[in-house]
Design a protein around this ligand. Sequence first.
Ligand SMILES: [Zn+2]
Length: 294
Amino acid sequence: MTRVSSDPASGSADVHTVWRDLGLPGLIDVHTHFMPHNVLRKVRNHFDALGDQWPLAYRGDEHECLDLLRGFGVRHFTALSYPHRPDMAVWLNDWAGGFADDNPDCLRSATFYPEPGAGDYVAAAVEAGVLVFKAHLQVGGYDPRDPLLSDVWGNLADAGTPVVVHCGSGPEPGRFTGPGPFSEVLSAHPRLTAVIAHAGAPEYVEFLGLAEKYGRVHLDTTMVFTDFAEARAPFPADALPRLADLGERVLLGTDFPNIPYPYAEQLHALTRLGLGPDWLRAVLHGNAARLFGL
Ligand SMILES: [Zn+2]
């Protein structure tokens, strides 16, 4: 059952219990959202317009959200943002750079859009120490095979810099979501370190197949296995052994703070899969620590 706490910070003891019982020093969350204030407001308006379908559990300002995340024991996190039009990515990246300067526990994050100069500003961002990129094919509405992105994917593959890609068709499909278009990017750039957001929901099986085929493709757990997600896009039980085998390339992600349930819900959802403490330790901390050299 999905519970929405009126005092989300009260869930922090539940979160601590999970990582302490595993003997971990805390969590690394590769899929969290921090963005300029006016962009965040638009994102919240979008969820609020869905009414009861998506009652946001966390509505505080940036500082309150940072305090909550740190209070949960999250040692490193990201500041993922993404443009829905041209001439926006550089501005978002400037903001994210300042945010990472102010918050050293944030993994320096950036984004891009298929536009002239994308190859150059992504190369410059990698040079400047960006550790993770975000691409959102549904919100961006672009084709990942766009020739304006070939240098971007090539640069990221060469640098080994991870890119979190929202390419599954959930919660809403886009013209270029689904495994088809992005699988062509991977076949052109087989060494790309792609982190498939939401484990590719709802096309879990197809994206698992891509992770099995390409050794640097990872999956993030964002929202997956929560009661909220299971009611809408259930993960097929017969694919669980494949997720267990992929253990080294599964990373904790949550979508905090834009989630309709308390943070602990994601951890409980992963714990009750029964894949064991070694798998959980890797997913909640070890895999991301290795991937980002933390
Ligand atoms: Zn997200």
